[in-house]
Design a protein around this ligand. Structure first.
Ligand SMILES: [Zn+2]
Length: 448
């Protein structure tokens, strides 16, 4: 037995069941040295199995728990709360920015305690660039929360992503929910505006249900529906929506330009894309991630293009699961498509579109990816290391999601062995972010 030499404030975390995303396996008897001043891991090493640990007073013993890197939710909205409580239109139009900010503050705390140390927050949904300031409040230590990488406002073409109302002459004021831009020089300027506003990530809408007012659905109590509208869904999978279908918002040259401009500034790009056509065009442009992609991709080149260009797919299964009516056949189609993409070799990241369903329930995306048939180790990879890649990898200015000297000490411990019981994903007993403990023995600590 040898005594370890430590600098004055370095401490060690001891584990006996640690998930290593790089090896995609669980490793035994591993210890991690952390420098609390920098919040970084300084050393990772495997102990001799019969090594008798000397636990210093500031060390942390996580033996007997299942230890994971801090989790990354790759698709969130801190300003949204569950649509089951209030629809997005009510939230965006009627809630004050003060209420929305207070809610966002609570969401950040809840997510951190659920083991999510990083949020990839993809648009404020009507709160302009307020995400930048929530991010900074977390980074300045004013509120507890995940490390946030945010998109500010999303880019969409004119009339592409807006709150629609029939009474445009003196109707209710509605905030804008995207930064509209058109044409190659226009989208270039759009990317530049977002970067100047403080965005970490550029998000654009490759397609959207933009013809809302063509066959308008009743928008207020007592509003009559139109007679004989096209069916809301059709096709063998029931995914296509003929009443208000997903239609392209940008042309290929515009998507190419946004990606080129963002990448020149070392910013990753996320593309909202529901239809196979939009997935393919955004993937061809070389975006970092595709968000959603629920419409059938069979017989298209969408998956091949994602794979070829190393595009990460964030299928947001959780939001569809939460929004679709009980027994809807689209659920099984979405799960099947995720498994097909995994088998085909498309990279996946876990992001639930969290906010549309409650923050703190982020784990739902992992549970559904498992239900789709993606192996546990691959799902854990999608919720850690691939999440970091979705944030731009080294472009994001920080390393996290795996175990190595120089990585952020983001550490989560589950009460239970997730290999035997996936329910352990919901029993997060310990949370550390940047070397600071936020939850211990299942109880929040150190809250400001
Ligand atoms: Zn979203």
């Amino acid at each position: 037995m040898s005594l370890k030499l430590k600098t004055r404030d370095t401490f060690t975390i001891h584990t006996d069941c640690l998930f290593d995303p790089k090896q995609k396996k669980f490793v035994k008897d591993t210890s991690i040295d952390v420098n609390p001043t920098t919040g970084l891991i300084t050393k990772v090493y495997q102990r001799e199995t019969d090594y008798e640990i000397v636990i210093a007073s500031n060390d942390i013993d996580l033996r007997g728990k299942c230890v994971l890197p801090g989790l990354v939710d790759a698709h969130t909205h801190i300003f949204l709360h569950s649509y089951k409580e209030a629809s997005s239109i009510y939230q965006m139009r009627d809630e004050s920015i003060i209420e929305r900010t207070i809610r966002a503050t609570n969401h950040c705390r809840t997510a951190l305690l659920a083991g999510y140390t990083t949020y990839r927050d993809l648009g404020t949904e009507g709160a302009q660039d307020a995400d930048v300031h929530v991010r900074d409040a977390v980074n300045r230590g004013l509120i507890p929360g995940p490390r946030i990488f945010c998109a500010t406002e999303c880019l969409a073409s004119s009339g592409g992503y807006e709150v629609r109302q029939e009474n445009v002459i003196g109707g209710t004021f509605t905030p804008r929910i995207s930064d509209p831009c058109d044409g190659v020089p226009g989208v270039r300027a759009g990317v530049r505006r977002r970067l100047a506003a403080g965005a970490d990530i550029i998000k654009f809408y490759a397609d959207y249900r933009k013809r809302t007012l063509r066959f308008p659905a009743p928008a207020y109590p007592g509003c009559p529906d139109i007679h004989f509208p096209p069916p809301e869904t059709s096709g063998p999978s029931g995914i296509y929506n003929q009443r208000n279908p997903n239609l392209l918002l940008f042309r290929q040259d515009e998507m190419d330009e946004m990606v080129q401009e963002a990448k020149a500034a070392r910013a990753p790009v996320a593309a909202h894309a529901q239809s196979a056509e939009a997935v393919m065009m955004a993937a061809r442009a070389g975006v970092t991630t595709i968000e959603h992609g629920p419409e059938p991709m069979d017989g298209t080149d969408a998956m091949a293009m994602m794979k070829k260009n190393g595009v990460i797919w964030v299928p947001t299964i959780a939001v569809f699961d939460s929004e679709l009516p009980p027994g809807d056949e689209r659920r099984s189609h979405i799960l099947k498509q995720v498994k097909t993409a995994y088998d085909y070799g498309v990279k996946l990241a876990c992001g639930g579109d969290t906010g549309a369903f409650p923050h703190g329930e982020n784990v739902r995306e992992m549970e559904l990816m498992l239900k789709a048939g993606v192996p546990l180790e691959e799902v854990l990879l999608a919720a850690t290391l691939t999440g970091w890649e979705a944030c731009g990898g080294d472009w994001c200015g920080k390393r996290f999601g795996w175990w190595e000297e120089g990585c952020a000490a983001d550490i989560v411990a589950l009460d239970g062995d997730v290999r035997e019981d996936v329910g352990a994903l919901r029993r997060v007993g310990f949370v550390m972010k940047d070397g600071r403990v936020w939850k211990r023995e299942g109880v929040a600590v150190g809250m400001v």
